[in-house]
Design a protein around this ligand. Structure first.
Ligand SMILES: *Cc1c(COP(=O)(O)O)cnc(C)c1O
Length: 348
């Protein structure tokens, strides 16, 4: 212990949602994975890539993947950086844009990994309550943080700030604004166009949720070239493995599978929302692939969570101010959603 830095000893590690072992039969609605399989072309490209070529390092510049992302998002490849999941990109952002004793900002509630990462880098944490007006992102306290993280759509609440509102936030910040768009593919709008106007905006995307590839680990950052060039110096040189580069680019090019899959998730999100209402509950409208629903008390939420768990249905309960009375439920297949609603009816 003597050798470990104090800020690491004090650190409470990030708590990922439960991942059951392969083969365990559960209905998994706790970590916002996609209930449908990835594109068949992706699976074929993985089989092809699993060859003797694996003895060679991957392309350090991830060119094929960056080109696919640039083509899809209407940018140049120089405005794209790839990460081993968008979680890795969040770390690259802190290493690029902060130094010891800087502060980082983020809304609460939102993705709790920002605070963990900030603590790992010995940064000061400045949380700002997200408020209850989706059209008005509150401004953080002055002096502005070196990096401000905006989860948009918000997780776990599910609402999304409009790009015009986010542009105002970006203009009012002295540092970098990271718009974490892990769920933007399920939303009505996104902030990608802001990278054209704002030199301090970085948009991050992920293939984990909307492309059914959480296990592949591919994330994408989009920003103006000067920012990407600096982030690129900080990245591990072989950060994306050969299989992920190939399969990720195939996934981005197969927009037909993506759109079909997305439409099914959106349809089932409606079914889940209306089903929860039908049970007399008060779900929040969602722009993502999950729904947050509140119960009359924290105890009620915890007991519903445990009751579902005993029936093999995993949902997420956050032990955090403002969230303890609710559950975040991922959008599963239509059948899984019906099973969940049935189990809830039994428990209420
Ligand atoms: C899931 C998630 C991530 C992480 O995505 P990966 O690409 O799987 O690392 C980042 N931010 C938010 C808000 C998420 O929900």
């Amino acid at each position: 212990m003597l050798f470990v830095k104090e800020h690491i000893r004090k650190l409470r590690a990030y708590q990922p949602g439960l991942q059951p072992r392969d083969g365990e039969r559960v209905i998994k609605l706790n970590t916002n994975e996609n209930p449908y399989p990835p594109s068949p072309w992706v699976l074929e490209s993985i089989r092809n890539e699993a060859s003797e070529a694996l003895r060679l390092y991957s392309d350090p510049r991830s060119r094929t993947l960056r080109q696919a992302a640039a083509a899809l998002y209407g940018t140049s490849p120089e405005e794209v950086l790839c990460g081993n999941g968008s979680d890795e990109i969040l770390g690259i952002l802190l290493r690029t844009f902060t130094t010891r004793d800087d502060s980082i900002g983020y809304y609460v509630p939102s993705y709790s990994y920002y605070a963990t990462l900030g603590s790992i880098h010995a940064l000061r944490l400045e949380p700002t309550p997200v408020g209850d007006r989706p059209d008005h992102p509150p401004l953080p306290q002055d002096p502005g943080p070196a990096v401000f993280f905006l989860t948009n759509p918000n997780s776990p609440l599910g609402f999304s700030f409009r790009p015009e509102a986010v542009a105002k936030l970006a203009a009012n910040l002295k540092g970098i604004l990271v718009v974490d768009e892990a769920y933007a593919d399920f939303a009505r709008w996104n902030c990608l166009s802001l990278i054209r106007e704002m030199p301090n905006v970085v948009v991050t995307r992920s293939l984990s949720k909307s492309y059914s590839l959480a296990g592949l680990r591919v994330g994408i950052a989009l920003a103006q070239e000067p920012l990407i060039r600096q982030m690129d110096k900080v990245r591990d040189h072989y950060n994306i493995n050969r299989i992920a580069q190939q399969a990720g680019s195939v996934a981005l090019r197969d927009q037909k599978s993506f759109q079909e899959n997305r439409r099914r998730v959106l349809r089932t999100r409606d079914r889940l929302f209306l089903g929860l209402r039908g049970l007399g509950l008060d779900p929040l409208p969602s722009e993502a692939n999950f729904v947050f629903v509140r119960f009359p008390s924290p105890e009620a939420a915890a007991s519903v969570h445990d009751g579902l768990f005993r029936q093999g249905i995993l949902v997420r309960h956050f032990e955090q101010d403002g969230l303890v009375d609710g559950l975040r439920i991922s959008v599963g297949t239509a059948r899984e959603t019906d099973r969940l609603l049935e189990a809830l009816r039994g428990l209420l």
